[in-house]
Structures are given as structure tokens and as C-alpha cells.
Design a protein. Sequence first.
Length: 132
Amino acid sequence: DAVLGALSAREQDYSQAVLLTQRSFSQWTETDPLSRAHVALDLGDAKLNQGDYIGAAEAFSQSVQLSREGGSPAGHMLALAGLGRVNARQGLFRRAEMALRDAVHEDQTWTERVGQSLPSSGPPLSLLAGVL
């Protein structure tokens, strides 16, 4: 269901993407936070593209928590960036800035620890520049 949901989103069938990713999310056990975080991230994207800002924020918030639990800095950063996108689309630019700064900070922390940037750090930086 997760793969079909992602494919539906690529085809811009967001209703189908939401249905499939919600079903997929409920199928993953609570002992697998990283898989659940990824599905929640996809769900947030689909809901955001549908214009469901509340649902998108809830999904991205879940992904933030699950990515943190699972120890995924890249997932954590992308989920924070998702929250920033939701806030920016709602015109809540201060909140968007805060979420995006947190996402960029996640990348900076990772870079200091490992010596290289997270592979997906470009979008949060671009979004932050657009909000400022």
C-alpha cells in the first residue's frame, strides 16, 4: 500500500494516495518507527497537496516524532520541512521559519557529527530562503 500510495501521489491522485498511505500506516507495527515515519511523511505530502492543512500538519508531526524515535536525522529534517511548508501555505510565515530553521539545524548538527551534509538538505534551505 505504501508504494501504491507514493505512485498515486506522483500521478497527482491525492485522494487515492491518502487512502493507501493511511492504510499502510496502520499496517506497520509500532516496533518499526522508521517505516511508520516514512509513511507519515508521504501521508503529509498527499494531504498537503489536497489542501488538508490540519491533516498534513498532523502527519508531519507524527513523522517528526517517529523519525526522532527511530534515529533518522534525514527523516526528521524532511518532516520538519514538511511542517514548514504547511505553515508557509497557510501564511504563517513565522511558524514556517521556525520549523525550517529547525530542519536546517538538524542538517548542521549532522554535518558537524559526520562531516557531510544530509543528502536531502537542499529543499529546507530553499524553502527557508523563500520564507525570509
